[in-house]
Design a binder for this molecule. Structure first.
Ligand code: OFO
Length: 178
């Protein structure tokens, strides 16, 4: 049985991961409105991935006899001044999520929750990729500066992202997520 402290921290993390999905969905809309369909596609994949992250915590609680209660999501930022800004926000958001995951691991250690630790270790590694992916685009956009050609090429490259996992609501999808 999961402890109350661990349960509360994971419940909060379901909200954080769903907020990630919601923020990135808002970026999908922004990028489409600027005809940056490659960036929109990349973010659509990310929305999918974040929903899987939330469901990992959701199912972990359920599988350990807890009852999930969903919390309110925070108000979204809906628009940005230029294509660089959402990527900067995405990177800052991933750093925020990393701190939350580290805090969850701290709670697990305090609670002697050996069952939660391997799952949280997966997230610790995952956050390296999550931060790196968004930070890399920030640095590439900074390199490109005001070049329309550079922005176009980067947009095309981001449009090639392949996301293999199935439905976020099918636990089998987790195994496909590396
Ligand atoms: Fe769930 O890793 Fe991004 O937010």
């Amino acid at each position: 049985m999961i402890s109350k402290k661990m349960f509360d921290a994971m419940k909060e993390q379901i909200k954080n991961e769903m907020e990630s999905a919601y923020i990135y969905l808002s970026m999908v809309a922004y990028f489409h409105s600027r005809n940056l369909d490659g960036m929109a596609h990349w973010m659509r994949c990310q929305v999918h991935e974040e929903t899987i992250h939330a469901m990992k915590f959701f199912d972990h609680i359920i599988n350990r006899g807890g009852e999930v209660v969903l919390l309110d999501l925070k108000q979204l930022k809906l628009t940005w001044k230029n294509p660089l800004e959402p990527w900067k926000d995405a990177y800052a958001h991933e750093q925020f999520i990393t701190a939350k995951i580290h805090n969850l691991l701290k709670v697990a250690r305090k609670e002697n929750d050996y069952t939660a630790e391997p799952m949280l270790a997966w997230f610790v590694n995952e956050q390296i990729e999550e931060e790196n992916n968004t930070d890399k685009v920030v640095r590439q956009l900074e390199m490109v500066g005001d070049s329309k050609e550079g922005l176009f090429m980067l947009d095309r490259e981001l449009g090639t992202r392949i996301f293999v996992a199935g439905s976020p609501f099918d636990p089998a999808a987790y195994n496909l997520l590396q």
